[in-house]
Write a protein that binds this ligand. Sequence first.
Ligand code: NAD
Ligand code: UDP
Length: 317
Amino acid sequence: MRFNGNKVVLVTGGAGFLGSHLCGKLLELGHEVLCLDNFYSSSKSNIEELLDNPRFELIRHDVTQPIHLEVNEIYNLACPASPVYYQKDPVQTTKTSVLGAINMLDLAVRTGSKILQASTSEIYGDPEVSPQSETYWGRVNPIGIRSCYDEGKRASETLFFDYKRQHQLEIKVARIFNTYGPRMHPNDGRVVSNFIVQALRGEDLTVYGDGSQTRSFCFVDDLVDGLIQFMESNESICGPINLGNPQEITMLELTREVLQLSGSSSKVKFLPLPEDDPKQRKPDISEANLSLNWAPSVSLAQGLEKTIQYFRTALNF
Ligand code: NAD
Ligand code: UDP
């Protein structure tokens, strides 16, 4: 049933880090939000504050199984995003990306909904070009330990564009670069949460390899705005479009930022570099600029401060 004529928006993976922020923002905009999640890499605490909202509904469901719902828009975010989580059950990760995409695309066809896919910079693999623009086809190992995630996401992009061609579906494919902020899971193994939690606990910061590899980190509020602007863009704009912050930084530089902003006297410890770890990552966001009039506005220092504050409170430091 529709609420006051507003849109009914389905967010798969809605209890996750990005999904919970997206659900909150969509509720603020007046929509009715169906949050679908199987809690594989999240918990109800992320959406606790939304549960009392009469326009919010939680559905415990695995996207690898079909589901019948009446919706106007679908944001397909369901998929573990941290290497630790997506490598824990790699077969399930591929199933989530591929079967999840098929089930959500079928739902979009049946309901005539617009559908947005949360794709990733991982589809570029270990890139030979920098910055990465959408025209770059990528360099992905098809059989390595990251492949369940990379190839699963690549296959879902294929499915999205084939459903568009075959069923004239309105699709939006967003390639999301590393995003961070409050509600990241403290133990999910991603670098920003690892470094902040280690700094606050006075433990050594674990740098993998020599720390010269780069990433470009986008604050979650900027990213969520980009996703919503993309969903609301003209039908002709289907992507893929990179969404991320082009401010590139080495992991060693990141340790210094985190230590300085948290006031921690932790040391740095070097551990082996995981297999297939990309050497560099920096989005070319000119397409998002041009088509969506979008660019991030939160600097790394501002975003890290907010995230450090969140972990201080969440972990009682
Ligand atoms: P997350 O792990 O916090 O959230 C993913 C959510 O999907 C979790 O709540 C999890 O329980 C749910 N989920 C996993 N498998 C499911 C299944 N089979 N059925 C239903 N729910 C399932 O990760 P996140 O950072 O919020 O990422 C959200 C999406 O954005 C993912 O698709 C990810 O690939 C993509 N993305 C994120 C980043 C990033 O830096 N955060 C970068 C690129 C792409
Ligand atoms: N990394 C690190 N220490 C950690 C966790 C990660 O040095 O405790 C490195 C990791 O090897 C990678 C980068 O930080 O080069 C980003 O890792 P993350 O898992 O956050 O994201 P992804 O590799 O998927 O971009």
